[in-house]
Design a protein around this ligand. Structure first.
Ligand code: PBG
Length: 333
């Protein structure tokens, strides 16, 4: 026996892995159905359409979205986040603040069917602008941040008026949280929290979402406002600015390739609720590998989500939310 063999040391972690019961007893991180936020794509017109690059994820009409939200609530899911796909788009994204806009209609409908479900409205313009950018553009195609902030503030107020519990600005415009906070407060919605996509990277993993929401930029890209994937310290600046402006939640997006950022925000801002957004490309990768028979979908999805929680996320936005809720029902006594 060499002196450093396990027999001669008190440290012997395998003792606690011998049985399933022991492993469950010392487990540090758990995933609960309450940790999940389910994204919904709401479109005008009737029916349900599967998104080809996201098998198992659908665009739904207002009525179908409300029925699906009800089903999710029955599974124990506490929150949905709504993305609207309007029929008509224009240069200023006016569908995003219309009283009968698609997200506003869906919010009212879900609110009346499932009063206890938390409805989060994604607050951005890219699904509503004919050019697919997240802001109002100048003639040279650069974003006019000032007028974009005015529009985003208007969108948030209109979402609150329709009954949204939380607004979630995702456009990565400097000053957007302050502009939205001021507008909400000034319109009698001081109690509505802001879930800021504080740290959102310019990521290739949004590809399938842009199919789903029909929101790919018609020209150019989003690198002038979304973060450079190479930067980690800058994430702390983005998060701090959003907290100073009144954000109630922080978000890191995407999740899997950015778990170091999740950990760093968790450590640097311990009192803030932290959300990880496991984006469309992460869903598509796991789904495609599972469909090819290359990965055990349930095991791989659960391991990924657990990783996000272990990194420090309190909540995870995932397109797998409904399936995960079903798996958790089967595995939890
Ligand atoms: C923009 C928005 C995007 C996503 C959520 N909100 C797309 C983008 O920034 O290009 C992507 C989500 C996903 O990929 O799942 N409002």
């Amino acid at each position: 026996m060499s002196p450093d063999s396990p027999r001669h040391t008190s440290e012997h972690p395998q003792r606690l892995r011998r049985t399933a019961a022991l492993r469950a007893l010392v487990r540090e991180t758990r995933l609960h159905v309450e940790d999940l936020i389910l994204p919904l794509f709401v479109e005008e017109g009737g029916g349900v359409t599967e998104i080809s690059s996201m098998p198992g994820v659908f665009r739904r009409s207002v009525a179908e979205s409300a029925a699906y939200a009800e089903q999710a609530a029955e599974l124990g899911i506490r929150a949905v986040i709504l993305f609207g796909i309007p029929n008509d788009k224009d240069a200023s994204g006016s569908g995003s603040w219309a009283e009968d806009g698609i997200v506003q209609q869906a919010t009212r409908s879900i609110r009346s069917k499932c009063p206890d479900l938390v409805v989060i409205a994604d607050t951005c313009l890219c699904e509503y602008t004919d050019h697919g950018h997240c802001g109002i553009l100048r003639d040279d195609h650069s974003i006019d941040v000032g007028s974009t902030l005015d529009v985003l503030a208007r969108v948030a107020v209109s979402q609150a008026e329709s009954g949204a519990d939380i607004v979630a600005p995702s456009g990565m415009m400097d000053g957007m949280v302050a502009a939205i906070r001021e507008a909400l407060d000034g319109s009698g919605f001081g109690e509505i929290p802001i879930m800021s996509y504080a740290v959102k990277y310019a990521s290739a993993f949004y590809g399938p979402f842009r199919d789903a929401a029909d929101g790919a930029p018609a020209f150019g890209d989003r690198r002038s406002h979304q973060m450079d994937p190479a930067n980690a310290r800058e994430a702390l600046l983005e998060a701090r600015l959003d907290i100073e402006q009144g954000a109630d939640f922080l978000m890191v997006k995407p999740a899997l390739a950015y778990l170091d950022i999740v950990r760093s925000l968790r450590d640097s801002f311990p009192s803030m609720p932290l959300v990880a957004y496991s984006v469309s490309g992460e869903y598509a990768m796991l789904k495609a590998a599972a469909q090819a028979g290359w990965l055990d979908e349930q095991a791989a999805v659960m391991e990924s989500l657990l990783g996000m929680k272990r990194a420090g996320a309190d909540l995870v936005i995932t397109y797998h939310a409904e399936e995960v809720a079903q798996w958790l029902q089967k595995t939890t006594p």
